[in-house]
Design a protein around this ligand. Structure first.
Ligand code: PGA
Length: 241
């Protein structure tokens, strides 16, 4: 693991965007794995700025998002479809047919999950995967558990995740209890991984990610087994390492 500690969230966002843009420059047909949540918002804003300045071109880029809430329609303001359109896709020149986000409303979610992994495989696998991290060590929505799933699957969200994510919903009851997420295998097969974490609330999770033992009770710890992971942190997220 390469760990880079940046001065603040803005620096972290700029470096993350430069890494994405650099990968696209190296391979204009990059298959890019994307994350939602508060953490990557700055990176997306910087990528939009770079696109408008002519510094990056998404014409041939294909994207796969990590996850989506089950039962939220794409036009629901808290769905990850909505998030991605608002924070990135509506502002760049990516082809709509190259955007992939799990369909949490599919009437056959098992088939949707199977198909999602197939589409990733057909695209040649993920070249660069962006990750955030939950305070409980989840990546995507792979929650701490005795066993972790390899492939894209339907998952019950943990009580901690429901609580943390309730800040985006009008009431606690509105937070979906299930989600579709790439599995640990899907994520670990990415050629390169960049994990972003910002703020004090992530400091303990980051310590466990970079130096804790491997355990399914803390899914991000398994990233220590991947051969090309860069962890980008601001000073607060790095404060316990
Ligand atoms: P956050 O979420 O970026 O909103 O902190 C990260 C995650 O839960 O994976």
């Amino acid at each position: 693991m390469i760990v880079k500690i940046l001065e603040n969230y803005m620096e972290l966002s700029k470096i993350a965007a430069s890494m994405v843009a650099g990968e696209i420059k190296r391979d204009d047909k990059l298959v890019l794995g994307l994350a939602t949540g508060s953490t990557p918002e700055g990176m997306y804003a910087e990528l939009i700025r770079k696109f408008k300045a002519g510094e990056v071109d998404f014409t041939d880029v294909t994207t796969f998002n990590l996850d989506e809430y089950a039962s939220l329609a794409p036009d629901h303001p808290q769905s990850y479809h909505f998030f991605m359109n608002k924070h990135l896709f509506d502002h760049i020149n990516i082809k709509p047919e190259n955007i992939n986000i799990p369909d949490g409303c599919s009437s056959d979610l098992d088939h949707e999950c199977y198909e999602y992994d197939l589409r990733i495989e057909e695209a040649g696998g993920i070249g660069l995967q962006i990750l955030g991290i939950g305070t409980n060590g989840h990546i995507g929505f792979n929650e701490p558990a005795e066993m972790l799933c390899v492939h894209t699957h339907l998952v019950d969200l943990s009580a901690e995740t429901i609580k943390v994510n309730s800040r985006f919903f009008e009431s606690f009851d509105q937070v979906p209890r299930k989600a579709v997420t790439m599995g640990m295998g899907t994520i670990m097969h990415a050629e390169k991984i960049v994990l972003l974490a910002s703020g004090k609330s992530k400091a303990a999770a980051i310590r466990q990610t970079v130096s804790g033992g491997l355990t399914t009770a803390f899914p991000a710890s398994l990233l220590q087994l991947h051969k090309n992971v860069t962890v980008l942190l601001d000073r607060e997220a790095a404060s316990l390492i």
